[in-house]
Design a protein around this ligand. Sequence first.
Ligand SMILES: [Fe+2]
Ligand SMILES: [Fe+2]
Length: 450
Amino acid sequence: MHENLETMNAISEKERRLSLKVLKGDIYLNDQRLRYSAEGFTSFKYVITQWKKKRIGGVTFKGVLDDRMLQEFVYTMNSLPDWRDENAEKINERMVYHEIHSIEVIPLDENEDDDEGNIFQKEDQKVVAKKVFFETLGTIKEVITQIKQKQYPDVRKLKRLAQTAVRLAMQDESILLGLTTIKNYDEYTYNHSVNVFIYSIAIGRRLGLSKKTLTELGITAMLHDLGKSRVPREVLNKPDKLDDAEWDLMKKHPLMGVEIVLNLKQLGEVNPHIVIGIFDHHLKTDLSGYPRVFRKKEPSLFGRIIQIADVYDAMTTPRVYRKNSYSPGQTLALMLKDRESTFDPALLKIFIGLVGIFPVGSLVLLDTKEIAITYKANPDPELLDRPQVIVICDNGKEEVKKSFADLSELDSAGGYKRSIVKALDPNKYHIDIAKYFICPILPDDKDNTS
Ligand SMILES: [Fe+2]
Ligand SMILES: [Fe+2]
């Protein structure tokens, strides 16, 4: 490290500053592209990958550096979590705290993600996705608890999580979608909010919305049922039918959600799309539903997207008053029946394309007599019945064995190697679908989906 320091100080002295930047997969030293030898290529790529992981776009060193400064910088950078946009800001704050004014970091330019293609490795993505899921779950819980206790919640965290999720969805939506199979009806509202958030981002992405709009949509989806924090638990979890007064209160949750969001000062100037999206997420396309509106204007785009995600997740999740949920396929069939009056038909079509006829997380029987779980929808609309699947073998013990198969794969005779015979009910087979999405792949399994 000391030798490096001397070289750095020499350059810095000669040129008055030393800046390193990542630009289009190359490193620039004081705006000159660094050349590297074949042997240096691996370490060069390593630096770029590490910086990208830490979301750092460049570092400027001004004046003379000493060991302590450099050590503090390296230590801070390594101690930060990966894939966080706020890392650069955090390093700078840390440097000021240690009275180091000669090191300054800039965040990674958003466009850097795209030109390298898949910077998230598949396993990395799974880890990040899982983290985003559970952190979002925890943060929504925190926000609701703080609101109940009349404190100001930290909603900036929600925004950061939404940004990370949007980036993940850009890379591989199936990994995020897989997480929605985690169904936990004890913590229904939190879990449901995260699932609606994931589905909404995925629909928005297929619509080609910008990253900024997707982030706003994500925040709206996370907060869509915030108003339920003002509905008593006994009403929310009532196993019997709600009486008129309880139902009236329940129907107020979109409006109460709007009221709460308008009071969340940290969101800054509250974006009207977020407010309207929360307001009309139960408003059907024929303007029935609630809250009652008198203006003849269709529900907002955010509202229409969230409505689809909301109904789909609610129907596929077991509840206290409905122990067995609908299967993904049954749910889609029921939603299609209502498509004219309730849902935006074009958006519903996009959603079905996204989850497939056998949506991600369906348990299916194959003609090979194997049981499988759908993992990723086939991108070809002609092959919606040929998703990628996880063929499972549950030995009843802790560990889960799985291998991947692509149902569009042909055998030597030109026929399909495997086909779906029918959907099965996971409750009957006592199969915990989520287990297959969040368990690591066992070493002897090969992943032929990547
Ligand atoms: Fe709702
Ligand atoms: Fe909801």
